[in-house]
Design a protein around this ligand. Sequence first.
Ligand code: PA5
Length: 437
Amino acid sequence: MNEKIQVISKYALEGLNVQGLDNAALAAKQTLESGSGAGNDFLGWLHLPSSIDEQQFQSIEKSAALLRSDCEYVITIGIGGSYLGAKCVIEALSDHFAAYKAGGTKVVFAGSNIGEDYLYDLMDLVRGRKFGIIVISKSGTTTEPGIAFRLFKDMLEKQEGKAFAQQHIIAVTDARRGALRGLATQEGYVTYVIPDNVGGRFSVLTPVGLLPIAVAGFDIRALVAGAVEMERDGDQVILDYAIARNALYQSGKKIEILANFTPRLHYIAEWWKQLYGESEGKEHKGIFPASVDFTTDLHSMGQWIQDGERTIFETVLSVGDQQHEVLIPSDKEDLDGLNYIAGKNVDYVNKMAELGTRLAHVDGGVPNLLITMPAVNERYLGQLIYFFEKACGVSGYMLGVNPFDQPGVEAYKKNMFALLEKPGYEEATKAIKEKLS
Ligand code: PA5
């Protein structure tokens, strides 16, 4: 078995000339590694995996152990890059039905939306139960997690008392700046720092991701070790992916659909969409990152992918081994006509669906890239995370944008604050009221 993430572009690049792009990718990688490109003050993630030391692991594990021993639920509060990394790794590694099974500390999430009913239901869930909070915000001023934290901090203090809350709230934020840093200092919370030079969507291997992942009971050392493998020895696959997607983009394929056949990878795609969407969608350029869960979505979006507008390419994230085996039983009557697959394991059928889908979509004019991971475990998820991060940096530079800023996310905030009549937004409030009248 190959021990690493692989990229296979056999069905992706037929008829495309990638010669020039090889050099462009190497130049982009050089720009990234030398720190000479745009956004070069946000490259702290590049050598992050290999720089995490024993003391950092032990500190995170200690905090996780405290929350695990004292809490039935740990509410992890954050949005965007302060949410999706932990969410995708925990979802990928968890029993699909863990929420319905007794035992163990459950990591639940808040602050990634402003859904009143969502917050109500979560408050209802933890009422009268022992819970702790990990609040994560680099800026320390983001509205969605701010509202959630205010609610759950208040609830925890009233439910368990100020001393318990003080011991069971952990803040992950900037070393110096922001409202959350000030509040955490004043309340005396344990805190972890998001390094200045690591942007939100590249922060999963900092305490932003590692702390909730450890609280969920997963092996953060193996996760980081996997990322180190890719940091040290991943350049070729990273280049292969960056070259292929830029070649396809230049040939008119404007949408990349990340497809999986493994339900536990759903949130990996959500994390990937943020990583690539927020990094590349600038200056009216950039591949639109979309995702589907197969075979489920073959019964909905499959039609569009097979026969719709030919501006898409598909990247299938394929998993080698499942964790468990389930055999399809034989049936004497065979009324459902499934005896032809009796004795096979379910994943064998899934793999045939995967291959059949790829070939059908290629026949339908959808170039197909394949990313293989040997299994879904901490090690290969660590590899995958670093692989996607570095390929994103290379790909963004090939596209000619700064992959490490996100100026476009401010526009909605300005309007929202104006509409909420936030102090300091008086002019904007006046302007938006005129616009709406
Ligand atoms: O990738 C990013 O920078 C963003 O998605 C942020 O992570 C997100 O907006 C949350 O920001 P903060 O951590 O400052 O609350």
